[in-house]
Design a binder for this molecule. Structure first.
Ligand code: TYD
Length: 209
């Protein structure tokens, strides 16, 4: 088992998780920890190319299985080339999205079924699981409005409100089935309050390493 600490960050659009991950990275560095941040899809040359393919708006209706396989392909490369080697060096890995995004977006909201999606991801990632997963809980109405203000919407953000509501419900249901892994954060709080809660949780995990 790798000796680093693997944490993932999940949530719908505009949940503020990427900002919090960046702030947590700075805090960890100030604490003298080596930290690697990855975001999905992406993080290796191949995975970044797949990201572009996945997020570019297109006329053609994308098959949910094609979509899933592309996300999983990008993840397989990232796990092999970045996440596992980093954990073996003993560093802290912060993943801005990991398997739960596929379970929720493709398994639940697209309706492919979480069990089948989980099996596929297990094969592609050697069953590598994060120690803790932080779910940034914000309603899709609020989150999408934040994304809209940031500028043009990518292919996933442009999905219907109904789709994003399914995503939100999916995260809530999934986090309830694995309460020992998930930490649910109220993403409607102020950024400073969220960061304080996050640091408290991560400090405990580092002490237990
Ligand atoms: P990104 O711009 O990284 O979104 P965010 O800032 O919200 O994290 O785009 C990633 C998009 O891809 C996002 O809409 C969620 C979606 N996604 C999936 O549908 N399945 C997956 O497995 C992953 C990793 C992401």
């Amino acid at each position: 088992m790798p000796k680093g600490l693997f944490l993932s960050f999940e949530g719908g659009e505009g949940s503020g998780k990427s900002t919090q991950v960046a702030r947590l990275e700075e805090w960890l560095q100030r604490e003298g920890r080596e930290v690697v941040v990855v975001r999905e899809p992406g993080g290796t040359p191949l995975s970044e190319e797949i990201r572009e393919v996945l997020l570019r708006p297109r006329e053609e209706e994308v098959s949910p299985w094609a979509e899933l396989c592309l996300y999983v392909a990008a993840r397989a490369q990232l796990v092999q080339d970045v996440i596992i080697p980093s954990l073996e060096r003993g560093v802290v890995v912060l993943a801005d999205r990991y398997l739960d995004s596929s379970l929720v977006y493709q398994g639940m909201a697209r309706g492919l079924g979480t069990q089948r999606v989980r099996t596929l991801i297990g094969w592609a990632t050697s069953d590598l699981m994060p120690t803790r997963t932080f779910f940034f809980d914000v309603t899709p109405e609020v989150g999408l409005e934040r994304s809209r203000r940031r500028g043009s919407m990518d292919r996933m953000e442009s999905e219907s409100l109904r789709f994003h509501q399914d995503v939100h419900r999916g995260y809530i249901d999934l986090s309830a089935t694995e309460p020992e892994r998930f930490v649910v954060l109220d993403a409607g709080q102020s950024p400073d309050d969220i960061q304080t809660e996050l640091i408290q949780q991560v400090r405990t995990l580092l002490n237990d390493l």
